[in-house]
Design a protein around this ligand. Structure first.
Ligand SMILES: NC(=O)c1ccc[n+]([C@@H]2O[C@H](COP(=O)([O-])OP(=O)(O)OC[C@H]3O[C@@H](n4cnc5c(N)ncnc54)[C@H](OP(=O)(O)O)[C@@H]3O)[C@@H](O)[C@H]2O)c1
Length: 324
């Protein structure tokens, strides 16, 4: 490999994890407003596996109808600034950075270019690259929806899917905002989410949370497997339902609540962005948000990492170590 090439995991068709293979591709070069990041770590998100499978089919309208338009997957990145464009002022060569590519992908590689005003920030000194890479998509999404729903200090929030990437960040963020948190997860993750600060934990394998007598100011559905219809009776009179994983009737209730009032139902796509990543960085720095890492895989084993995430039960985040 020469210094105009780099190693990357590429996919040129949709399908099972085997569509991912290691290849040598052209190394990107930064434009005037971009930094070139030497990637040390990335992750496999639930979004990555959906894109790999083109599931739901709708993904093809963005990613390519018959085959992926962008052959390199991956949305989270941590690494070191390798070079900068002539107009970059926020970052210098050698600085540690972390961030999210947002709607683009391309982090399953040794290098990526990002605009200096993308969702990137300096990595806090006490955070390893592998941890930093996990603090973007899940945390940005959790932050976006918690802000969108207007969670207030002293309110009671129920977080469903509390052990996932979004859920594990949401538990910490809600606690940091002074809310009382009830977390829903399976038996294996009860201690994990308690350790993240949940005040109450409901093990969904033993107890149906929708049959409990408590009411909540906010219900945050992070991984699907529930709906506004199933939870409506648990909401306080001014209660709000927010979902990062809307399906079926949730869409109708989003429109209905906007037009006719009643319990607010909020969904959509997380905005992410530079402002969000700066907030995440500040929270990490003051110890209010920490990485939840399930396991690491080297880039060469990207297909195994996808196989694992495909099972739908990762705890927090799965890290891909790019630079050995
Ligand atoms: N709207 C947006 O902007 C946006 C952005 C990012 C992601 N998303 C979407 O949000 C969803 C969640 O993403 P994520 O990355 O947080 O997922 P994730 O990390 O893959 O979620 C894994 C977790 O889901 C839990 N889970 C599985 N089945 C469950 C069930 N029946 N009930 C409760 N929990 C269950 C598992 O816990 P157990 O092992 O304990 O079951 C596991 O810890 C995905 O659909 C993703 O595509 C949306």
């Amino acid at each position: 490999m020469n210094n105009t090439n780099m190693k990357a995991a590429v996919y040129t068709r949709y399908g099972s994890p085997e569509v991912l293979r290691i290849a040598h591709v052209a190394r990107p070069e930064p434009k005037d407003n971009e930094v070139l990041i030497r990637i040390h770590a990335t992750t496999v998100t639930s979004g990555d596996v959906r894109m790999r499978k083109a599931d739901p089919f709708l993904i093809r309208f963005f990613s390519g109808l018959f085959k992926p338009k962008a052959p390199i997957l991956g949305h989270e990145v941590a690494g070191v600034v390798d070079s900068v464009g002539s107009k970059v002022t926020r970052f210098k060569v050698g600085e540690r950075v972390f961030g999210s590519t947002g709607m683009r992908s391309g982090t399953y590689a040794e290098y990526i270019c990002m605009a200096e005003d993308d969702a990137i920030a300096h990595t806090p000194d006490n955070v390893a690259h592998g941890e930093a890479a996990t603090l973007t998509v899940g945390a940005l999404t959790a932050l976006h929806f918690i802000q969108a729903v207007g969670l207030q200090r002293g309110e009671h929030i129920l977080i469903h899917g509390a052990s996932g990437s979004i859920g594990s960040a949401a538990v910490q963020l809600a606690k940091a905002m002074g809310a009382t948190v009830t977390a829903v997860c399976s038996t294996a993750n009860v201690e994990l989410v308690r350790g993240l600060g949940a005040d109450h934990v409901i093990d969904y394998r033993r107890t149906d949370f929708t049959k409990g007598g408590n009411t909540y100011d906010v219900i945050f559905s992070t991984v699907g497997h529930t709906s506004f219809t199933a939870c409506r009776h648990l909401l306080a009179p001014e209660g709000r339902y927010v979902t990062s994983s809307a399906a079926g009737s949730d869409y109708w209730h989003m429109i209905k609540s906007k037009l006719f009032g009643g319990h607010r139902v909020i969904g959509g796509i997380s905005a992410g962005g530079a402002e969000g990543i700066a907030q995440v960085r500040d929270l990490v720095q003051v110890g209010k948000l920490k990485a939840v890492v399930d396991r690491h895989f080297p880039l060469q084993r990207i297909a195994d990492a996808h196989r694992y995430v495909d099972q739908g039960h990762k705890r927090g985040n799965v890290v891909i170590d790019v630079a050995a």
